[in-house]
Design a protein around this ligand. Structure first.
Ligand code: PAF
Length: 263
């Protein structure tokens, strides 16, 4: 391995084209491509979908082989969290807002497992998707604060032809819900068009997005937020780099999406 670059794509499996894009980038930019598949129990809260989360080990392994992955890491829960495990990573300030508000403990689980995976794999570059924007911001901050010798690359969200962001959780949606899920990206596009026309007031943007989303009969809004892209703090007026992010339940499935805008 000496003198070779190691690229790493951490995943929870049920791989789709969004993961495939990360793996292709990793494959083409690094000498050694490593993928991990681990459905991490510590990032699921009580009553969330840990047990139901799709697991597709055989298909995932076949896709990784096809994409030229050199090492596939499939740890067990016991490997990652042996009895007596008691050390957790928290990224203060970034973990309790947005998704952290309705999923307390989620980002503590994410930061902890990603820190462990980075220490185990020791990659030069690790790849994440922008759909989980808060996760990427938090991981970059953790890596910086803990002086971890790794570059974090965040690649753009992969969408289906109708704009719906690819997600392993889309598998939970029935046909009607899958069609209603289009309102997430439609509302983000609406926000973008308002901003292009000069709107700078977050409240006006959120109001218009809310109205559009609620046209979908099974949509329940968890949050819609306009925040600074680096600090994730709510902005009083759009300026610089902002993130427009939302989480919406369609039926029983919680979906997230976001866009970054630069004023
Ligand atoms: O984005 C994911 O799939 C997970 O949160 C990650 C980064 C693999 C940690 O479990």
């Amino acid at each position: 391995m000496k003198g070779k670059t190691i690229g790493f794509v951490p995943t929870m499996g049920a791989l789709h084209e969004g993961h495939a894009r990360l793996i292709r980038a990793c494959r083409s930019e690094c000498d050694i491509a490593v993928v991990s598949i681990f459905v991490n129990p510590t990032q699921f809260g009580p009553g969330e979908d840990y047990a139901a989360y799709p697991r597709a080990r055989k298909n995932d392994a076949a896709l990784c082989a096809k994409l030229g992955v050199d090492f596939l890491f499939f740890p067990s829960v016991r490997d990652m969290y042996p009895p007596g495990f008691s050390t957790y990573v928290t990224v203060e300030g970034l973990q309790d807002c947005l998704c952290g508000e309705s999923r307390p403990g989620h980002f503590r689980g994410v930061a902890t497992v990603v820190a462990k995976l980075l220490y185990i794999v020791m990659p030069d570059i690790a790849y994440f998707g922008r759909k989980d924007a808060q996760q990427s911001v938090l991981i970059k901050k953790m890596v910086q604060d803990l002086n971890m010798p790794v570059t974090i690359k965040v690649l753009s969200t992969v969408r289906a032809a109708d704009g719906v962001a690819l997600s392993s959780r889309n598998a939970y949606l029935n046909e009607s819900q899958r069609s209603q899920a289009r309102v997430l990206y439609a509302s983000l596009r609406l926000a973008k068009s308002m901003i292009d026309r000069g709107e700078r007031r977050p409240a006006a943007i959120v109001k218009a997005m809310r109205k559009l989303i609620l046209l979908a009969p099974e949509a329940r809004i968890d949050y819609i937020a306009v925040v600074d892209a680096l600090t994730l703090e709510q902005v009083a007026r759009l300026r610089g780099k902002c993130l427009i992010a939302l989480a919406v339940r369609v039926g029983g499935t919680r979906l997230i999406d976001n866009i970054e805008v630069k004023i």
